[in-house]
Design a protein around this ligand. Structure first.
Ligand SMILES: Nc1ncnc2c1ncn2[C@@H]1O[C@H](COP(=O)(O)OP(=O)(O)O)[C@@H](O)[C@H]1O
Ligand SMILES: [Mg+2]
Length: 257
């Protein structure tokens, strides 16, 4: 049995309703620290809803109601006393479509950092933060001469790498990635996937993907969801070779839409 502290995210009996529609049913998930966990399942099964709950994005919607709890690093983030900025310091999220701010590359990297740090570092330190983050996502060489250029004019691949890079200076523990490669072509997908794989160990990564090859290749554990429920959570190698549920096998083999 793993110790409690081995889990970065732990949800208990999580239920979520959008108005009258229930999107999550008694979701009990324990996501291990320092590994990559893939989340798979047909469209509409609640994958994004779960990720958005961990990052507390769903709470913005007035018609969302939840029961149960979600611990991040042992702290219940659904508790009213926990401030959103505290959650976001530990949990970074990457979305399906790259969403850089309509600012320069440099400002994109420093934006979240500045939000979370009251003290302004020196100009030299700021340059260092920018360079380090861009190097980590293998973007430095491409953009180093154009750091004041607009982020939104970059290729989609570079934009998505930038969206990953801007999370890193905040030093989050958990990176949530919701189909981060779905807007990219195969070559860009391969590049971004490789990057995500390199972040393994340093971060706890929970990644939603529709790409079974990606899930199989790039994750340590895998969660299969169906209609708002977790059907199976096991080691990836195990799930793909010997799924516990018939539904999982059907999905992996492409028998769902
Ligand atoms: N903002 C929303 N308002 C109402 N219903 C939503 C909203 N977001 C998602 N849903 C519904 O919740 C269910 C789960 O959606 P989602 O979490 O986006 O699934 P997935 O990411 O697995 O495709 C779907 O039936 C979807 O239509
Ligand atoms: Mg989704």
């Amino acid at each position: 049995m793993a110790e409690l502290a081995d889990y970065a995210i732990q949800s208990r009996d999580l239920n979520l309703w959008y108005g009258d529609f229930q999107a999550l049913f008694d979701v009990n998930l324990a996501i291990r620290r320092g590994i990559i966990t893939a989340m798979i399942g047909p469209s509409g099964c609640g994958k994004s809803t779960f990720l958005r709950s961990v990052n507390r994005i769903t709470e913005r919607l007035g018609y969302v109601r939840t029961t149960g709890s979600i611990d991040v690093l042992g702290q219940d983030i659904t508790a009213e006393v926990v401030e959103l900025t505290q959650v976001r310091k530990h949990v970074g999220m990457v979305f399906q479509r790259p969403n850089p701010l309509p600012l320069s590359i440099r400002k994109n990297i420093l934006f979240a950092y500045d939000l979370h740090h009251a003290e302004r570092p020196s100009a030299a330190q700021r340059d260092e933060i920018v360079e380090k983050a861009l190097r980590q996502v293998l973007l430095w060489d491409q953009v180093k001469d154009d750091l004041d250029g607009k982020a939104t004019t970059l290729s989609l691949e570079a934009q998505q790498k930038l969206c990953i890079a801007r999370l890193l200076p905040v030093k989050p523990t958990v990176l949530l990635m919701d189909e981060p490669c779905s807007a990219l072509d195969p070559e860009a997908t391969a590049a971004v996937e490789e990057l995500i794989w390199d972040l393994r160990g340093e971060y706890t990564i929970l990644i939603v993907t529709h790409n079974m090859a990606q899930a199989r290749r790039a994750s340590d554990e895998c969660i299969f969801m169906l209609m708002g429920k977790v059907l199976e959570h096991s080691e990836t190698a195990e799930m793909f070779v010997n799924p516990a549920k018939k539904e999982t096998a059907d999905y992996i083999e492409g028998r769902y839409g």
